[in-house]
Design a protein around this ligand. Structure first.
Ligand code: PLP
Length: 359
């Protein structure tokens, strides 16, 4: 049915329609989109001075469900719809479930999500419930949830939309396209948190595709940072019981482990780890100094750059893009924990001015 309201005013159309020729879709693919992508690349003045480089933040928290996961989910759900799926399943540390629930609902499918009991942020839990997901809290960690989700999709008629689903990576690579489209070149270094390692895989793929098509003249070094308590790639071994406050990267056996190492080696980049303390400090800094509120996991990339600077291992005067992966509103307890007592006053001009410090 033709849409009465569509008068052709320009608005970002979502990653499939904006980057159609780069994606495995056809006219037979029903596009299920919430107009994801088109996220701001914000120049970070304070961080540029602090780090001695030109720092840009790719703010993925402005996606429809508040994280970069929507880029991959529009692809995964559109392809699931094309194949006639009626139900989709995913394992999640929170953001994948929020995204899967929203896109599946939009497609008229039933979303089922498996999350580790007690280890996902309240905002994300609320999203999955709000969008009507069947939510199973599993007595195990993310890796256990993924194993169970895989088994369910192997044995029952339900499509798996985790990032082992290749369409997720395809959708997520569009973030690299957006960076190059905006800067007219790939950055020197691209920095991001690494959990299941789908995103670093996707960015590397996107940068390579643009490079091969001669849209960019260079490839960036890929720098990934894991949480110290969940750093299997850095330690080169599976972590049985990963622990970090950065729940979105609390993963001990990343599904895209090999691809992440390929991206690191081929780009002459690095994969290192940062402590929870370093993550929380970067998390507070980016909110307080740049006006961008991210969730703790999202600050791992910045934490990594600050660590490299302290170790004198950070080059100077490079163009560096940091992906901040998710919205701070999803997981507010880390701000409120350190906030001190609220200031309560009567309705009184003089008292208010005094408390504020106005003279
Ligand atoms: C999923 C997620 C990550 C980790 O991305 P991977 O592709 O699993 O490496 C980091 N931050 C946020 C906010 C996420 O939702």
């Amino acid at each position: 049915m033709a849409l009465f309201g569509n008068k052709g005013v320009h608005q970002w159309r979502g990653v499939i329609d904006e980057y159609r020729k780069w994606l495995p879709v056809s006219d037979a693919t029903p596009v299920i989109s919430l107009r994801e992508g088109g996220t701001p690349l914000v120049h970070a003045l304070y961080l540029s001075k602090l780090l001695g480089n030109e720092i840009w933040l790719k703010v993925e928290g402005t996606n429809p469900t508040g994280s970069f996961k929507d880029r991959g989910m529009t692809m995964a759900i559109s392809k699931a719809a094309e194949s006639g799926a009626k139900a989709v399943i995913c394992a999640s540390t929170g953001n994948t479930s929020a995204s899967a629930a929203a896109y599946a609902t939009k497609a008229g499918m039933k979303p089922v999500v498996l999350v580790p009991e007690g280890k996902i942020a309240m905002g994300k839990l609320a999203q999955a419930i709000a969008h009507g997901a069947t939510l199973l809290q599993v007595k195990g960690n993310f890796d256990d949830c993924l194993t169970l989700a895989r088994q369910l999709s192997d044995n029952y008629p339900v499509a798996l939309v985790n990032s082992v689903n290749p369409y997720r990576i395809e959708g997520q690579k569009t973030a690299a396209f957006e960076v190059v489209d905006m800067l007219h070149e790939a950055p020197d270094i691209h920095v991001m948190p690494v959990g299941n390692a789908g995103n670093i895989t996707a960015y590397w793929q996107g940068y390579q595709e643009y490079y091969k098509a001669k849209i960019s003249k260079q490839l960036p070094m890929m720098w990934g940072f894991q949480a110290a308590g969940a750093a299997p790639i850095v330690k080169r071994k599976i972590i049985k019981n990963p622990e970090t406050i950065a729940t979105a990267i609390r993963i001990g056996n990343p599904a895209s482990w090999d691809q992440a190492v390929i991206a690191q080696v081929a780009s002459k980049g690095l994969i290192d780890s940062v402590t929870d303390k370093e993550i929380l400090s970067a998390y507070r800094l980016v909110a307080a100094k740049e006006g961008i509120f991210v969730e703790p996991s999202s600050a791992a990339g910045l934490a990594g750059l600050i660590k490299k600077k302290a170790q004198r291992k950070l080059p100077k005067d490079k163009v560096i893009v940091i992906t901040v992966t998710g919205n701070g509103l999803k997981d507010v307890q880390w701000v409120l924990n350190g906030a001190g007592k609220p200031i309560v006053i009567p309705v009184d001009l003089k008292r208010a001015a005094k408390v504020i410090g106005l003279k």
